[in-house]
Design a protein around this ligand. Structure first.
Ligand code: C5P
Length: 318
């Protein structure tokens, strides 16, 4: 839908994500690692409202402490708006208001969701009406996870994580998320994994050990795809895997205790989400997710019950 020349705000909602599976391959010349991942969009959202304006500006509102985030030209939403304006040749400005729910620097793609929502909002506000493939191309220029925040659902990502193919998932999976007090920097976590792997090689650790560098291009295990297709949480729980977890836990060792706790209070499995430090616990069903949430909260951890898959960046009407 196109809303050209309007004074009304365009409201777009984009989801945070979990990586159900993440194998990290070689560091490429462009500074990115080759990877194979299974993404799932979950019901924790970023809400972006866009108003016509002379310049491109951004402000944050909402429950999450955003005081450490940039609002200048390095802000990913500002960069998204500028990239769209330049590509479509529109002189437009925009005022963006971002209401954050996704933890900052938490490994759930909150900044990527802001960028994806901004592309969709500005496309509608300025009437640029770019085809979805073109928005996807712009999204990939902004960050590895931005195309998935546009697409949503459940998908396999390869390359940097930006080459997407949809994955069939039946039903809804219930997750309990535990955000951390402090963020982890994504590049630092990838770097730490490279360091760890060098140490493992020097120590003679088995090349097939969990977390070890794959022998060739990384791939998503068939078992993950089958569990998603079958809508079977127990099976999915048994096949969750994230190479970056080893690096995230080494940088933030306290995460391991919380992972153990979650599994002892009813999670089928727990894992670091993306580069962390947010933890994602898979529950057998909605009711058990509430029990799990109670068990984690009793130990004074913030615990959020979400479900997935949910759609990607979409205009919200009304
Ligand atoms: O694209 P994005 O800004 O999310 O990536 C942040 C950083 O994470 C990259 O600059 C890179 O250091 C690291 N990264 C990587 N391999 C990927 C994705 C991200 O090494 N596939």
């Amino acid at each position: 839908m196109t809303i050209a020349a309007t004074d009304e705000a365009v409201h777009v909602r984009a989801p945070g994500k979990i990586n159900l599976f993440l194998r990290v391959g070689a560091l490429e010349d462009d500074g990115y690692h080759d990877l194979a991942t299974a993404y799932q969009a979950v019901s924790l959202y970023e809400d972006v409202r866009a108003w016509p304006a002379d310049e491109i500006t951004v402000e944050f509102v909402g429950p999450v402490d955003t005081s450490g985030l940039p609002t200048g030209p390095t802000n990913l939403a500002v960069r998204a708006a500028k990239l769209l304006a330049r590509t479509a040749g529109v002189p437009g400005g925009v005022h963006l208001q971002i209401s954050k729910q996704v933890p900052i620097a938490g490994g759930m793609g909150g900044g990527s969701a802001d960028a994806a929502a901004t592309l969709v909002a500005c496309d509608a506000l300025w009437g640029t009406a770019l085809p979805r493939e073109e928005l996807h191309r712009l999204a990939a220029q902004l960050g590895a996870d931005v195309p998935f925040a546009l697409a949503g659902g459940t998908a396999i990502g390869t390359g940097r994580g930006d080459r997407l193919s949809p994955a069939l998932a039946t039903g809804s999976f219930h997750w309990v998320l535990v955000p951390a007090d402090h963020g982890l920097s994504t590049p630092a976590v990838y770097r730490e994994l490279d360091v760890l792997r060098e140490e493992w090689v020097a120590e003679g650790v088995d090349a097939f050990a969990p977390g070890a560098a794959p022998d060739g291009p990384p791939a998503v295990d068939a078992e993950v795809l089958q569990a998603l297709r079958a809508g079977d949480p127990a099976r999915l729980g048994a096949s969750l895997q994230n190479d970056l977890q080893f690096a995230a836990v080494r940088l933030a060792p306290g995460l391991q205790d919380v992972l153990d706790l979650g599994e002892s209070v009813g999670a089928l499995a727990g894992m670091v989400s993306g580069s962390g430090p947010t933890l994602a616990f898979l529950a057998p069903d909605a009711e058990s997710a509430i029990e799990l949430q109670v068990g984690l909260s009793a130990a004074r951890h913030m615990a959020l019950h979400v479900h997935g898959p949910v759609p990607g960046a979409r205009i919200v009407h009304g």
